[in-house]
Design a protein around this ligand. Structure first.
Ligand code: SF4
Length: 327
């Protein structure tokens, strides 16, 4: 789908041409994305996952992005991956399009204004708050452009997280150490049961190694962490494999335990009716989150057990890495 105004930008025109040259049909729309006649939620959801939308970012400002950064950088939203627990399910709902904002230079200019306003403090932007931008980087080149932009901007930092591995276009860049790339990893059971259509653990670790060798600060996001029979052994194996690949080249860890909202549960059950993602409210405690909606998290005793395990294992296997947060 191509928003008419996206064709006023070189990236919009170029993407449309490249997509059509592969024999894929494009539809140009004016104001609203046309909706096809799918019958069920499931059909609509999966069609949305396979639909790329070229659009123009027109909001007045960036959204905040705690705890990972100061602001979201709105280059891409959505992701073609099919992780059943995906945190995007709450926000993107019935039609989780992969939306690419083609006015990259305008977005970066706005980012530059934020940095200027907040000096002498520093301003960090998150490129993956509502997407996995590496999934479409081969098409867009937007991350590449952002990495170069922030490299030469005093007081700015950039970070993004991915489960994808197409980092070839990023490893040769002059990034000035200002971009941090985090790779989202998980243990075998979680990968096998809930993650579909995305690279496995080893390719992710190899991509992380390539980025570390290219001088980027590299971190791991372990999310979502599930509590299940045998969880300790599996997560320990994952951390050991990661340590073998990255060792002291790794800078940071971010650790997020599994949680779900009433809305995300409803979406997951409709989009993946056979899912085994644990979504039983009686096994959780209800907590209000920073965005005003409630979520179901692990009870305090399990949470403490998971926290203790990861703190000890990471200190042991990655003595040079810092844990940025555990939630
Ligand atoms: Fe969601 Fe990340 Fe999986 Fe994409 S790769 S579906 S953003 S969890």
């Amino acid at each position: 789908m191509v928003q008419k105004t996206a064709l006023e930008y070189p990236l919009g025109r170029d993407l449309k041409e490249r997509i059509e040259s592969r024999g894929v049909r494009t539809i140009v729309y004016d104001k609203r994305i046309p909706v096809s006649g799918e019958k069920s939620f499931k059909e609509s959801y999966h069609r949305g996952k396979r639909t790329m939308v070229l659009s123009v970012w027109k909001e007045r400002g960036f959204r905040t992005c705690r705890p990972s950064a100061d602001y979201q950088l709105p280059l891409v939203s959505g992701c073609p991956g099919l992780c059943e627990y995906c945190y995007l399910n709450t926000n993107l709902g019935r039609r989780p399009y992969v939306k690419i904002n083609v006015n990259v230079e305008e977005i970066l200019r706005r980012a530059g204004e934020y940095v200027k306003e907040r000096r002498p403090g520093s301003t960090v932007f998150e490129g993956a708050a509502t997407s996995d931008p590496v999934a479409v980087e081969g098409w867009t080149g937007s991350l590449r452009r952002a990495v170069e932009f922030f490299a030469s901007l005093d007081g700015a930092g950039f970070r993004f997280v991915t489960k994808y591995t197409d980092v070839k276009g990023l490893t040769g860049l002059a990034h000035g150490g200002k971009t941090e790339i985090r790779f989202s990893i998980n243990c075998d059971t979680v990968l096998a049961k809930y993650e579909n259509g995305i690279p496995r653990l080893l390719p992710r670790l190899k991509a992380a190694g390539a980025c570390a060798c290219a001088g980027y600060p590299v971190g791991f996001l372990v999310a979502p962490i599930f509590y299940f029979e045998g969880w300790r052994g599996e997560y320990e194996r994952m951390l050991r494999t990661a340590a073998e690949q990255l060792g002291d080249k790794l800078s940071t860890f971010e650790l997020i335990t599994h949680r779900f909202t009433a809305r995300s549960k409803s979406i997951i059950l409709q989009a993946y009716p056979d899912t085994q993602v644990p979504l039983d409210e009686t096994e959780r405690v209800f907590k209000f989150g920073q965005f005003g909606y409630g979520k179901y998290v692990y009870p305090p005793e399990l949470y403490a057990e998971i926290r203790e395990f990861f703190s000890t294992a990471i200190a042991d296997l990655f003595p040079h890495a810092r844990i940025l947060y555990f939630v």
